[in-house]
Design a protein around this ligand. Structure first.
Ligand code: SF4
Ligand code: SF4
Length: 351
């Protein structure tokens, strides 16, 4: 099979979409990446390097690496600002879309196979009793990453000053069956601990408190990293009940202290919420267009498509399947890419 005669459409140009495009393009297949947002890289591109002298395997640079690889490939086209309006499945796929920033916005693309890498939606913690969206110094981890990226340091949105006391609150919108999110989001413990360590390395006088249920392990040197972290960060095994903002814009965090078995309050200048990973609402629209089942959670069910019949030629990878780290998303994209190449009967040489 001549790979140049084959066309693959990848929906979503986050880290999984980029990694899959990188892998599939190596074999000469033509690829179009269809990205809803204004740029590629997805949420992974918002994370900062957390190296503390040496690499702490956060994976943030892997997303940028894949973006640069793909940008140099002649057989990969990227469309951003895309809204898919319909998919027709016959012997091949016809994808209809609209470009939000174009004077001639409607387009159509033919593809022999389709890969869904739609990623995730960060949980919106506005409904939690933490004042998110009302108190300026209550941020999500992604908000804090954005501030770090833009300003090179972490400052309070209220006055631009560096926070003296920061609280991290874990499992916000995860492991919570009351809101239909019983899963662990897998990445937030690691991301929050790395952020806490980076803040303290840059500004050692910052007092950091970490409220948690239990800590999800990450990376092969986790135990050593965690032991060092516990010497610098105050770990409190409790999830705060609520946050009140004082007139001086201090954040009063109420929690039940497991050591003293007392209800306590503590003041902070900034609170960073580990808002979890939620499925994208448009997964259901795509699944409906393709006649595919979705898991009850709203994530896609499996990375491999059916080989024949309805659903043949549709593959899924990355956090569209459920919470995954950047490295796991790349791994998942690699598996889906190989299944897809196999489906297209492209001859590939073992690595
Ligand atoms: S994996 Fe993370 S810590 Fe290591 S170099 Fe890349 S961005 Fe930095
Ligand atoms: S990774 Fe940590 S913070 Fe995130 S849901 Fe799991 S236990 Fe909670």
């Amino acid at each position: 099979m001549n790979p140049r005669e084959k066309q693959v459409a990848i929906v979503g140009a986050g880290v999984a979409g980029l990694a899959a495009a990188d892998e599939i393009a190596r074999w000469g297949v033509n690829i179009t990446l269809l990205e809803q947002g204004p740029s590629v890289g997805g949420h992974a591109a918002r994370f900062n390097c957390k190296a503390l002298g040496e690499c702490v395997t956060c994976g943030a640079c892997l997303a940028n690496e894949r973006r640069l690889h793909v940008a140099n490939k002649q057989n990969v086209s990227i469309l951003t600002g895309v809204r898919i309006t319909g998919i027709q499945c016959a012997a091949s796929f016809t994808i209809r879309y609209q470009l939000t920033e174009d004077r001639n916005p409607a387009g159509e693309l033919k593809a022999d196979a389709l890969l869904l890498t739609t990623g995730f939606k960060p949980y919106d913690p506005s409904d939690k009793p933490y004042g998110y969206g009302r108190f300026p110094n209550v941020l999500t981890l992604l908000d804090a990453e954005g501030r770090l990226q833009r300003h090179g340091h972490l400052s309070c949105p209220s006055d631009g000053q560096p926070p003296e006391r920061i609280a991290f609150i874990q499992c916000v919108g995860s492991r919570d069956s009351r809101i239909g999110h019983p899963w662990c989001s897998k990445i937030c413990c690691g991301a929050a601990l790395r952020m806490a360590r980076l803040i303290q390395q840059r500004r050692p006088q910052t007092a950091v408190t970490f409220f948690y249920i239990d800590v999800q392990t990450f990376g092969k040197n986790f135990q050593q990293y965690y032991d060092q972290t516990r010497r610098q960060v105050r770990m409190v095994r409790a999830i705060p009940g609520d946050i009140v903002q004082t007139e001086a814009q201090r954040l009063q965090v109420a929690y039940f202290d497991p050591d003293t078995r007392k209800a306590l309050e503590a003041p902070f200048d900034m609170v960073i919420l580990s808002a979890g990973i939620a499925p994208r609402p448009d997964n259901a629209i795509l699944a409906d267009m393709l006649g595919m089942p979705l898991a009850q959670s709203g994530f896609f069910l499996s990375h491999a498509s059916q080989e024949t019949g309805k659903g043949a030629g549709v593959f899924t990878a990355g956090a569209a399947l459920g919470p995954m780290s950047i490295a796991e998303s790349i791994d998942s994209a690699g598996k889906a890419a190989w299944d897809l190449l196999n489906y297209l009967k492209i001859e590939v040489m073992p690595k």
